[in-house]
Structures are given as C-alpha cells and as structure tokens.
Design a protein around this ligand. Structure first.
Ligand code: GTP
Ligand code: SPV
Ligand code: MN
Length: 583
C-alpha cells in the first residue's frame, strides 16, 4: 500500500532518506497484520505470551527500565514565539528543535522496518475527528495504535480526501534517556519523538496529537481538546446524563469512566464513552458535545481488582497487551493489589524479590480495545458526540479539597479548573506525591500558553448560554493515619448523582466562598460505612486553609504575566474577598 497523496508520499520518502530503514511497511490496520506483528514480536522477544487458558490473546511487554513513563522534562513545544508556548511548556525555537531532533533521527532506523500508520482520532465519519500519520520503527507501537486509534485503510482514505494530516515521526532510537526528546511543532501540525518506546511518548495519536497539537488547533478553531473521561450515567428511570471529567494522570479517570454501581444503588447504569481524552464542541444550539478521539484504553494496571474495577479486571483477561507488570508461576499477569495470585517474576524479568521494590511497575499499563469494555457505549461511535451536562475537575489531595463542590457560574468554573492542584504520580518520570498546580489536568498536555488557554475557556461564555455546570471533586482525602476518608471507586456514583441533581435543580446546597457544597443529606449515604466526622470533613471547608490556597492560586495565575485574562484575575480576587469576609 502506498498513497496517491503527494504530500504524504513525499514526507515518507524524506523520512526514509533521513532514518535509513531496511524496509518501509504501510499499515492497513487489518487483524492479519496485527497477528503477523505479534508473531514477529514473540519471536524476537519484544512480547511474551501470557497464559492462554486464563488470558487468551494476552501479551506482556517489558520496556527498558529507564523508559517506563512520560518524560515532561524532555517534552517541548516549539513555537516561533516563546510566549505562545508559555511558562507551562519547555520551549525551543522551531529551527533549533528540528536540528536537534533530526540529528538524532539520522540513520536511526538502520536495520529496522519503518511502519507508516495512517490513523483517525475520533469516529471515522465525524466532522470533529482529525487524522494523522505516525511513522515509527516500533512494532509494539503499531500493535498499540491498532487498539488505541482507528488505524489503517479507512483513515488513509479520509487523509487522501482531506489532504491534511498531523505528521508524527517516532523512533525508539537507542533508548538512551540522554538522547530522548518529545518535540511538538504546533504551527506545522507535526511531532517528532525519539528515544522512548513508552505510552504517551511513543503512541503519538494520544497525548502528542489528541492533546498538545489538538489543543493548539482547537483554540484557533473554537473547540476544546481536554484530558477528560466521558461517562454516561443512567438513572433507574432511564434518564441519561453525560459528564466530562478531567483528573490528572493516574488520578482515577479510567476507574470513574467504567465504574460499577454498588448494590446500594439499584437500577443505575454507567456507560463509558472515553477514559482519557475528550474533544468538545458547541453545536448550533449552544449545547456542548463531546467525542472521544481514542478507540482503546492505555490504563494503569496496579490497583485494578474485582472490587475496585470489576469491568476493567474482566476486560483485560483477553486481547490485551500488558506493559511492565509481573508474572506468576502460571504465567498469568500480576500486579500490586490484584488480590489474587503470587508474583514470581517482576516487571524487569527478574525473580521477584520484595526487597527490590514492587513486582509490577507503579505505572504499568494495559492496552485494550474499548469494545472489550462491558460498559462500552455505542454512542462512542456517534459522529455528533454526546451532550455534556456537567464538567468536573479534580485532583489527588490528601488535604484541603472537599469531596465535591460546584462553581457559581462558568467564569468561576474556569478559575476552579485553573486552580487544580494534585500530587504527582508515577505516570511521569520524577518525584511522586508532591502537590503541584495542574490546571484542568492539562499541565503536561496543553500545547500553548495557559493564559491564552484560560482566555479561550472563558470565551465560551460569550458563545452559549447553555453551558454545563462546572464542579470539582477529590476522591483522595486522607485522615491523620493516611487512610482514605472516602471509599471511592463504585461509591463515586453517589457524587455523580449529586452533580446531576444539581444540574437538574433537584437538591439544595450550602453556599461557601469557594462554591456550593452538599448540604446535610445531599449525598446519598445509604449503606455506606462512613463516620459522621469523615463525612463532615469531606463536605466542609477550612476557611483559613482556603485563604492560603486562594492566595497561592492568585500567585500562580499572576505568574503568567501580561497574557493573564483580567476576568480570571478578577474572579480570583472576588473569591479571595469572599474568604476574607467569613473569617
Ligand atoms: P491516566 O491513564 O494516567 O490518565 O490515569 P487515570 O486518571 O485514568 O487513573 P486510573 O483510573 O487509572 O487510576 C489511577 C490509580 O488511582 C489506580 O491505582 C486506581 O486504583 C486509583 N483510583 C482510582 N479511582 C480511585 C478512587 O476513587 N479512590 C481511590 N482511593 N483510588 C482510586
Ligand atoms: C497519562 O499519563 O495521563 C496517561 C498515560 O494517560 S500516557 O499515555 O503515557 O500519557
Ligand atoms: Mn491520561
């Protein structure tokens, strides 16, 4: 397969001339092609077959131990004007960026096959979808892209019809972290990534295209590309509300997107539209609608068990690729908190020894097609997307942030999003557990200056009077002994119900300076084992702590300087004044 689109053929030829592969293979996305690649990877040791009786069609990949997560410190946005990338991104001038990374790409694919992967982010027939082509020398990337995107012939046809596509060039290079760079050129709609074979660094359709490049495009085209799950919540009466929720990496999106209602909530149903990325558009009536650009999940494995996430636990017993988990004697995959089985071989392929750390890497992942999910919504295929009733932001915070609160209006909601902070996790290389600002859960993913991004968010209020309400959640409050105050997982449905009731004007709330909190009895606690003290802590705020927090949010947004929209600054000052009034 080659292409009739000259621009594409020319680019492929240029890349081949630079990287010197031994062969070029155009990917069709067929099952036969996938099977062939798997056979090849089993033969060369890239994959190991897992127990075929209990985990049919499941494979394990162990990545280089230095290559187990995203690398924000090596990720750059290369715009002509540094201010356009903003203080939230590492920046290099486009020329310098190309020179640096092209030097690494020179001859990088010698002796390897170069795969050309046309893909479509979003339903193949949706006007909101966007296409790209990833060139890679990793068969593991091709296999993952097959599940994560609509890849192959249909995507190529659309690209040839439209004539435009995002160019993504990837090579695992020599996996030396010193020679690793993840470069974005939003003005050219292109990405160059070298030196990593892992997740968001290598599956370029995901964070690089569907968030960094797409957020940049979305700003000029009037839509939003967000780090959000999309979930449908159906009441026993059959009323369905769709919620889009942004939580930072490894803070609960996949789990919330496919939660199983607990026995205390009979008749409720959950439908998964997406677990990581949402593209949001206003329709002609002013209704915000969402599509999920992805078609699979690249999810955190540790913590997944029959109790926390039964849907995921079952969905990954077949047709899955595991990355960096441990294995049992029976060759079943194993991870911390799986609750069954015993690890024999750790994620580095060594005999498991508890003294050398966890058996599975804390950022070990599964890749599966979304259609494996028992709660998969057919509407994930709908070209027009689903109407969004509520937007939810959240973070992982031991202290301070209540279980849930509602912003007063859109402008306040944008401030709530801009002020999100969360403890860092293993999804990025670096220290874990440090609280940092992660506005809209987009700190690692916004392809342009956050000040311009907040202005873009604010501008939606001028375009629609039907915007969703904006909320904030925190599943991760702890008591003084480090125990979670809220049971989380399936029980989070109780919070989603409160959110929906607020959207429908069916439940009262308590007004506070930071927004509306649940009134006593507002959150259904039927059958829930939770103390009054815990519930009180979860549904109230400490004014003194919040004053300090609001001051810190003020300092943070001011650090964006001149481009900071006045409306956001004024909103922060308004909330700070309200806090001053109470204490
Ligand atoms: P990315 O794929 O990195 O974007 O992560 P994510 O936001 O999808 O997070 P995910 O749902 O995979 O959860 C990450 C970790 O948090 C897992 O170990 C989960 O078990 C844990 N977790 C998820 N939801 C909850 C919750 O409600 N309460 C608690 N205590 N832990 C949770
Ligand atoms: C995240 O880190 O937010 C992920 C995993 O979803 S990765 O694809 O590696 O970015
Ligand atoms: Mn993510």
């Amino acid at each position: 397969m080659t292409t009739k689109l000259d621009a594409l053929q020319q680019w492929v030829d240029e890349v081949a001339a630079l990287t010197q592969p031994k062969a070029v293979q155009w990917c069709s996305g067929s099952d036969a092609e996938y099977d062939q690649l798997v056979e090849m990877m089993l033969a060369d040791g890239t994959l190991t077959k897992l127990n075929d009786d209990s985990y049919p069609n499941c494979y394990l990949h162990l990545s280089d131990p230095s290559d187990v997560a995203r690398v924000e410190h090596l990720t750059y946005v290369c715009t002509s004007d540094q201010e356009d990338a903003g203080p939230n991104n590492n920046w290099m001038a486009p020329d310098e960026g190309h020179n640096k990374v092209d030097a690494l790409f020179k001859g990088a694919m010698r002796g390897r096959t170069m795969y050309v992967i046309p893909y479509c982010m979003g339903p193949i027939d949706s006007p909101f979808s966007r296409c790209g082509v990833e060139i890679t020398d990793s068969a593991y990337v091709v296999a993952n892209m097959k599940m994560m995107t609509r890849m192959g012939s249909a995507a190529l046809e659309r690209i040839e019809r439209e004539g435009s596509f995002v160019k993504g060039l990837h090579s695992v290079g020599d996996l030396d972290p010193e020679r690793r760079l993840i470069m974005h050129f939003p003005e050219e709609l292109s990405i160059k990534s070298i030196g990593s074979g892992y997740g968001g660094n290598a599956l370029l359709g995901k964070k690089c295209h569907a968030l960094r490049i797409a957020s940049y495009q979305a700003r000029t085209e009037g839509w939003l590309a967000e780090h959000m799950l999309i979930v449908g919540v159906e009441s026993p009466a059959g009323e369905v509300h769709y919620i889009a929720c942004a939580l930072p990496s490894a803070c609960g999106k996949t789990n919330l997107a496919m939660l199983i209602p607990p026995p205390s909530q009979p008749g409720w149903k959950i439908w998964t539209l997406g677990d990581d990325i949402a593209w949001l558009h206003l329709d002609a009536s002013g209704q915000l609608r969402a599509i999920n650009p992805e078609s699979g999940y690249f999810g955190v494995v540790p913590g997944t068990n029959a109790k926390t996430n039964k849907n995921a636990f079952e969905m990954i017993t077949r047709d899955a690729i595991y990355t960096n988990v441990a294995r049992t004697e029976d060759n079943e995959p194993w991870w911390e908190d799986k609750k069954v089985g015993t690890p024999a071989i750790d994620w580095q392929g060594r005999k498991y020894d508890p003294a050398t750390g966890p058996a599975a890497h804390p950022n070990s992942r599964f890749t599966v097609a979304a259609t494996n999910n028992p709660s998969y919504s057919e509407l994930a295929e709908a070209a027009e997307g689903v109407p969004i009733s509520a937007i939810v932001f959240g973070g992982r915070r031991k202290e301070l942030a209540p279980l849930v609160y509602e912003s007063r209006d859109w402008k306040h909601g944008v401030l709530v999003g801009a002020g999100v902070a969360s403890e860092t996790t293993a999804a990025n290389v670096g220290e874990v557990g440090v609280v940092r600002r992660d506005p809209m859960a987009m700190k690692p993913f916004c392809g342009y200056n956050f000040a311009d991004y907040w202005a873009h968010w604010l501008s939606f209020a001028d375009r629609s009077d039907k915007l969703p309400k904006i909320f904030h959640v925190n599943w991760f409050r702890q008591d003084e002994n480090g125990k979670f105050l809220w049971p989380g997982f399936g029980e989070n449905l109780r919070v989603l119900r409160w959110i929906i009731d607020r959207c429908e004007g069916r439940v009262d709330a308590v007004e506070t300076p930071i927004g509306y909190l649940p009134a006593a009895g507002g959150i259904d606690t039927n059958d829930l084992d939770i103390s009054d003290a815990a519930l009180k802590a979860l549904t109230s705020i400490d004014n003194t702590q919040w004053k300090a927090e609001m001051a810190s949010i003020g300092e943070y947004i001011e650090s964006y300087g001149e481009r900071l929209p006045d409306a956001l600054r004024e909103e922060q000052q308004r909330v700070a004044r309200e806090l001053d009034k109470v204490s």
